[in-house]
Design a binder for this molecule. Structure first.
Ligand SMILES: *[C@@H]1O[C@H](CO)[C@@H](O)[C@H](O)[C@H]1NC(C)=O
Ligand SMILES: *[C@@H]1O[C@H](CO)[C@@H](O)[C@H](O)[C@H]1NC(C)=O
Ligand SMILES: *[C@@H]1O[C@H](CO)[C@@H](O)[C@H](O)[C@H]1NC(C)=O
Ligand SMILES: *[C@@H]1O[C@H](CO)[C@@H](O)[C@H](O)[C@H]1NC(C)=O
Ligand SMILES: *[C@@H]1O[C@H](CO)[C@@H](O)[C@H](O)[C@H]1NC(C)=O
Ligand SMILES: *[C@@H]1O[C@H](CO)[C@@H](O)[C@H](O)[C@H]1NC(C)=O
Ligand SMILES: *[C@@H]1O[C@H](CO)[C@@H](O)[C@H](O)[C@H]1NC(C)=O
Length: 913
């Protein structure tokens, strides 16, 4: 399951790291007793064998779940030829890093090789640690075990009290023999997404391992309900079963576990109402039920002096926020986001003096909210109440603050704000501020331009009605800003320059005019720049060439820019998305673009570029979309030089140019990325894999995440679509409006992933190849305005997803295919072909030629394709298609939430690491 960093997650990170820090400062080696430990040959050789199973060289391990590298065991010094040589002296294995011995017997009782990130083998022929029969504690977390199963020989270690194999890339069924480890009090097999717990089951585990105190099986596949038997482990203090595929309801008894302090089952499929016993938890410190399908009301909370972390986000809870929350007076984290909660925010929340993170966003909460009330929460660092039906009142007298606010992150998106909240003046430490989708009008006042001048890192002001910045500053004053979103306002005049620290600057869909200020060239960290849909004129500043070293994403489309496209100096070009369409750019496509090896999306449509087909881009192995439409491209498309040209291409639109000669039949053979449709799974695989990470601002995130986060869109045919969505959904060819001649090559039919094929308005002749009937993903086929002859192949009736079909103005003859989709096409699809006959034309075919319809009209409704059509139909008839507006609306909302979560997570990381 793909999940963005959530506040809950960063909170965990914070705790685990705090723990780590504490642990690191404790004395790590055992007290050296006067007794020199004995050396045991068996233990020595087992350790060395274990060391041998690690594969060098050391490659750094990166995981979004674990980012610190401070705690690394050093295996290199593990050397000892024999016990005899160094009996008891310096170099005894008991002194090796990560090894713990029993002070008396000298046997190895603890092995902590956590976090090396190395690959190691634990297969049957390299047993290593499995021979250390006296082991009590074993921690191999973050060792890459190459998707091997947990060895049966784990049963050789009956004395184990603690086993930690988290994040080890283990796979397969958890072996039965694990049930023989009855002394286990800690078992952590989390985040091995190939592991399964079916036989033995979670129930078996609960019944047999009765001494368990800490159990973490997150991300292990456990396709069952949470068993009642879980209550047979009365010693359990911490139960973590996040993202396990658990289903069904929660057994009420889980809340009767007398010692339970942590219950984390986020991201499962558990449903139903919460048992009332939840209010009885006197020991619970952390309760995370987020990302499930729980419904009904949030139960009453009785007086628990303990609960500090409560996460119920992304469920289906209804009703009001219970005022009994005031009883949970130690609460530090509270998220009820993304439910269906109604009513007002209870005033009792102000009693939760320990609250650090409060997220009530995305519900249906209503009523007036006095923003300054939240300032009474002295410890509050994160506040998110956006996307409700609240009216947030901001009138506030700053002189009444009794204590400095700790607020770091505030989102008031979609809160009916009509002005900048004055209260912000009292926030000295603010790093993240979201005020998007409000009704703020006029200029950004001077006082606001001075808010949190040093601390602000993320600022989102998009979707308001701002017209300018008071005082017309050339430079904005926030000294450490990394993210600025001003898009979708009415900002006019010259573009203000952000500080040099900026990484993402989004200012599209405004009324900025004049030249693009060369001041932008000092943005040495810039990764995304979006100035689309403004009135910028003049040329692209020459210094922008230098920005291509850091720029991932540059969008200047829909302006009035002139002159040539920017050159790329040298090989260090990091541009992945370059969108310059709908300007008045001239000259040729700069050949130096071939040095942008990561280029994925190039759109220079609607300009005045005078060039030949850029076959030199064929070697760009990442190029997925090439849009050259409506320019002055000309000449014939020559045969490709190698057999791997444009191998990643999904979308090519060279329409409305002056290309001539034959269609490039050979190229069609090499466009392997169009051969299969993109499935949901591949979609992520594709995007996540091709993409370099945007290191500075967002850590290990994919372009998909970043684009979603930034809410960047591309406009086609009046519809806005996210870049990532286009690349995630669409495979299309548009060669329309050129002078191609000759026949449609059969090789086109190999591109079975295509959803849209447009060869209209050329001089093509000959027949329509019957093999087009095998392009089963086609939703749109336009061959109109050519000189095609012969019959329309009956095979085309197999195109079940075809929503748009146009063969008008050709020289086609004979019967129109009948059945399925062909019942939906109108006369206009066929007009201008004198000799076509059959439905829907009034010209009947003579009985000999008529094809017999294979399906009656009645059958169409229950043909089983209806649902898919409804969804897929949104792409119909467009070259570079679009997704329906409702989908976009939904995505905009979720990406707004993700934006905030990501920003907060980032700030938290910076804060604690
Ligand atoms: C087990 O691991 C060792 C050491 O990495 C390797 O040489 C051997 O091929 C592996 N055996 C099997 C059966 O995978
Ligand atoms: C397992 O080890 C990892 C890495 O040291 C640690 O973060 C995690 O908390 C450990 N699990 C348990 C249950 O202690
Ligand atoms: C709460 O706990 C007490 C004592 O364990 C028990 O008697 C009572 O039935 C529980 N209440 C609920 C609602 O589970
Ligand atoms: C703000 O509060 C101070 C002290 O309570 C008071 O003197 C002042 O008049 C208030 N200002 C406004 C604008 O309400
Ligand atoms: C690009 O950067 C180089 C080195 O920093 C500098 O010398 C050059 O003037 C810059 N080019 C432009 C057009 O700004
Ligand atoms: C790519 O960069 C290299 C190194 O600066 C340069 O020599 C080469 O000419 C560039 N390629 C093109 C096509 O500009
Ligand atoms: C394209 O450029 C060539 C010279 O390079 C010129 O002869 C031709 O007229 C130009 N075509 C158009 C449409 O501007």
């Amino acid at each position: 399951m793909e999940k963005y960093f959530s506040p809950s997650f960063s909170f965990f990170l914070f705790f685990t790291n705090l723990l780590l820090v504490i642990l690191l400062h404790l004395p790590t080696s055992l007290p050296i007793t006067s007794l020199v430990p004995k050396c045991h040959e068996d233990d020595r050789s087992a350790l060395l064998e274990f060391k041998e199973s690690f594969r060098y060289p050391i490659t750094s391990y990166t995981s979004r779940y674990f980012q610190t590298t401070s705690h690394k065991v050093k295996l290199e010094p593990w050397k000892l030829d024999s016990c005899g040589m160094l009996e008891g002296g310096e170099g005894n294995y008991c002194t090796w890093d990560g090894v713990q011995c029993d002070a008396e017997s000298g046997h190895v009782i603890g092995l902590d090789i956590c976090c090396t990130g190395l690959h190691a083998s634990i297969n049957s022929s390299s047993r290593g640690f499995l021979r250390l029969v006296h082991l009590r504690k074993l921690n191999l977390a973050y060792t890459n075990l190459d998707r091997s199963p947990i060895p049966y020989a784990i049963g050789n270690l009956p004395g184990l009290t603690s086993l930690n194999l988290s994040n080890c890339e283990l796979a397969g069924q958890i072996p039965e023999l694990i049930l023989s480890l009855t002394s286990l009090s800690t078992l952590d097999l989390s985040y091995n997404d190939g592991l399964e717990l079916v036989k033995p089951s979670l129930e078996d585990l609960a019944l047999r391992l009765t001494k368990l105190e800490i159990l973490d099986l997150s991300n292990v596949n456990i396709p069952s309900a949470l068993p009642y038997a879980i209550t047979s482990s009365p010693s359990l203090t911490s139960l973590t079963l996040a993202e396990c595929g658990l289903e069904g309801r929660l057994p009420p008894s889980v809340f009767s576990l007398p010692n339970l302090q942590v219950l984390d089952i986020y991201g499962n499929d558990l449903s139903g109402e919460l048992p009332t016993s939840v209010s009885n938890l006197t020991e619970l410190i952390l309760l995370d039920l987020s990302y499930n399908r729980f419904q009904g009301r949030i139960p009453r909370f009785s007086d628990t002096p303990q609960l500090r972390f409560l996460n119920l986000r992304n469920n289906m809870f209804t009703g009001a926020i219970p005022s009994s929350l005031r009883n949970v007076s130690k609460l530090e984290y509270l998220s009820l986001a993304n439910n269906h909660l109604t009513g007002q925010i209870p005033s009792q929340i102000a009693n939760l003096g320990q609250l650090t993170i409060l997220d009530l966003s995305c519900n249906m909460l209503s009523g007036e909210v006095l923003l300054h009330k939240f300032l009474e929460l002295k410890n509050l660092e994160t506040l998110h109440i956006g996307y409700n039906d609240l009216s947030v009142l901001t009138s506030y007298n700053t002189t009444t603050t009794s204590h400095p606010s700790k607020l770091l992150a505030v989102s008031l998106a979609h809160c009916n704000l009509r002005e900048f909240p004055k209260l912000l003046l009292s926030l000295q430490r603010l790093s993240v501020l979201g005020l998007s989708s409000n009704k703020i009008q006029g200029e950004v006042p001077m006082w606001f331009q001075n808010v949190s001048r040093q601390s602000l890192v993320y600022l989102k002001l998009s979707n308001n009605s701002l017209t300018g910045f008071e005082g017309n500053p050339v430079n904005l004053k926030w000294a450490n800003l990394a993210y600025l979103d001003l898009s979708f306002n009415k900002l006019q005049g010259p573009l203000p320059a952000p500080p040099d620290s900026i990484s993402i600057y989004l200012a599209s869909n405004n009324r900025f005019s004049g030249d693009i200020p060369p001041l932008l060239c000092s943005m040495e960290f810039i990764e995304m720049l979006d100035l689309a849909h403004n009135n910028f004129s003049g040329v692209i500043p020459r210094c922008f060439s230098n920005l291509t070293r850091t720029l991932d994403f540059l969008s200047l489309n829909n302006n009035n820019l002139q002159g040539e496209i920017l050159q790329v100096p040298g090989k260090n070009c990091s541009v992945r998305v370059l969108d310059l369409h709908s300007n008045q750019l001239q000259g040729k496509l700069p050949r130096s673009l071939s040095n942008c090896t990561g280029l994925e999306f190039l759109n220079v449509g609607n300009n005045m570029i005078n060039d030949t087909f850029p076959s030199w881009l064929g070697t760009s192995t990442n190029l997925r979309a090439l849009v050259l439409r409506s320019n002055r491209f000309h000449g014939s498309i020559e045969e490709p030089e190698t057999n791997s040209e444009f191998q990643s291409l999904q979308i090519i639109d060279i329409s409305s140019n002056d290309f001539e000669d034959f269609l490039p039949a050979k190229y069609f053979r090499y466009w392997t990325s169009m051969r299969e449709s993109i499935t949901e799974g591949q979609k992520y695989f594709h995007v996540v894999n091709t993409i370099r990470t945007s290191h500075r601002v967002f850590g290990n995130q994919s372009l998909m995440d970043i684009v979603a986060l930034a809410g960047l869109t591309v406009e086609t045919k009046g519809m806005e679509v996210k870049y990532a969505e286009i690349l995630g959904y669409l495979q299309a060819i548009d060669f329309s409006g050129n002078n191609f001649r000759g026949e449609i090559p059969e090789s086109i039919a190999d591109l079975k992933g295509l959803r849209s094929l447009n060869f209209s308005d050329n001089n093509l002749s000959g027949p329509i190849p019957p093999t087009l009937g095998g392009m089963t993903n086609l939703e749109s086929l336009d061959l109109s305005g050519n000189g095609l002859s012969g019959e329309i192949p009956q095979q085309l009736s197999q195109l079940y997803f075809l929503e748009f079909f146009n063969v008008s103005n050709n020289r086609l003859s004979g019967p129109i295919p009948q059945g399925r989709q062909f019942y939906t096409f109108k006369n206009t699809s066929y007009e201008g072909n004198e000799r076509l006959c059959g439905v829907p034309l009034s010209r009947a075919c003579d009985s000999g030629a008529a094809s017999s319809p294979s399906y009656s009209r009645n059958q169409k409704g229950d043909s089983g394709t209806g649902v898919q059509l409804g969804w897929k139909g949104s792409l119909v008839g467009y070259a570079v298609g679009f997704i329906s507006a409702s989908v976009i609306g939904h995505r905009m909302m979720t990406s707004e939430l993700d934006w905030f979560s990501n920003a907060v997570a980032f700030v938290e990381q910076r804060k604690w690491w």
